[in-house]
Design a protein around this ligand. Structure first.
Ligand code: SAH
Length: 341
């Protein structure tokens, strides 16, 4: 049975038409689920009893379960249990401009980035779109806040689960649904080039972030397996094309690893690589984890790196560190329940 939270409005309209009902019922159902936050089909008071019975036989409304919540000043980390007893995590960060959620897209991850904790558990399966939608709804309900920004930067590679991720975005962006503005939604990829190409033709103004982390193939090959499949040149070509077609600015994420990718030469090489592109670079202080030997760059090194990029007219920011106290920072989320405790 399909979960009702995994259907786009279009899919729900098609469903109603297929059972001989008016399309606009889809809008009504969306309003119940996402605006009135009502999941019990029996409470859909503007929908006829026989249609409700039909909904009950065709869809489930099961939700994912919050198993544990940890919080520090500006961060909440949630551990969820899925229906098949797999586990995922999501994080909410409180900013002055609103609340952003970092959503997971897979159980485990196969990308095998050398520095990342989340990928130590290999991919078990893709998340269904309802499992992504429900990360938002459950957390909103739990802390009674409205989430204003969504980043697909939790566990998993969104472009290794493309179709479900696109459905998820269509659902949360829908005006009759959670109505999150597309400019408030960001997809992050380690560089799955064919999907960047597909995403170039996606009709919503969603932000794209690329986990670059190195200015050349030699270093990137050592850090990220994906670079063996798609070299930096090919990656950059696909991004330039994306910018040309969409006229949108791309974010490059760059974690600062001591002695690996943080030298002055790297900063110069990165500046040359990105020169003239409509982009900005987010320098991310590396979050050290006990299983992985990489060290974070010193504050001084990060600032010097930043200065070189600035001097070369590259837009650059240094990411504020969130959530390290509760292991909720980038790359520290995991799908391994026992270890997560
Ligand atoms: N797979 C996607 C989505 C994950 S986003 C992607 O790679 O973009 C998570 C981000 O955190 C990625 O940029 C990832 O490279 C980065 N990251 C992983 N481990 C980290 C760590 N220990 N410290 C800081 N950032 C990390």
């Amino acid at each position: 049975m399909l979960n009702i939270y995994g259907l786009t409005r279009k899919q729900l309209e098609d469903y109603f038409e297929s059972i001989g009902e008016k399309k606009f019922k889809a809008q009504q159902v969306f309003e119940w689920l996402y605006q009135k936050k009502e999941s019990d089909f029996d409470k859909f008071s503007n929908i006829k009893k026989d249609v409700i019975e039909k909904l009950k036989t065709d869809f489930t409304n099961n939700k994912i379960k919050i198993i544990r919540k940890q919080s520090s000043t500006d961060t909440y980390k949630y551990l969820f249990e899925l229906e098949d007893k797999n586990y995922i995590e999501a994080v909410v960060m409180v900013h002055n401009y609103g609340n952003s959620i970092c959503v997971s897209s897979q159980v485990g991850c196969n990308m095998g980035c050398a520095f990342c904790e989340s990928g130590r558990l290999k991919k078990v399966r893709n998340l269904e779109s309802h499992e992504m939608v429900l990360q938002i709804l459950k957390i909103e309900e739990d802390i009674n806040v409205r989430i204003s920004h969504v980043v697909l930067m939790g566990i998993g590679e969104p472009f290794d689960n493309y179709d479900n991720v696109i459905s998820f975005i269509n659902i949360i962006n829908d005006n009759n649904g959670i109505a999150l503005g597309s400019r408030h939604i960001t997809v992050s990829t380690c560089g799955v080039v064919p999907k960047i190409k597909e995403f170039t033709n996606y009709d919503k103004q969603v932000n794209l972030a690329i986990s670059l982390h190195a200015p050349n193939n030699e270093i990137r090959d050592k850090l990220m397996n994906i670079n063996k499949a798609y070299k930096i040149e090919e990656l950059m070509d696909s991004i330039k094309d994306y910018i040309k077609v969409t006229n949108r600015r791309v974010t490059f994420e760059y974690i600062m690893l001591q002695g690996i990718n943080d030298t002055k030469d790297c900063a110069i090489e990165l500046s040359n690589l990105l020169k003239g592109m409509n982009c900005y670079v987010n320098l991310i202080p590396y979050n050290e984890t006990s299983h992985i030997e990489f060290k974070k760059s010193s504050q001084k090194t990060i600032l010097e790196f930043y200065d070189i990029l600035k001097k070369n007219n590259i837009n650059v920011t240094i990411r504020r560190e969130f959530g390290s106290k509760v292991s909720a920072a980038c790359g520290q989320l995991r799908a391994n329940f026992e270890e997560g405790l």
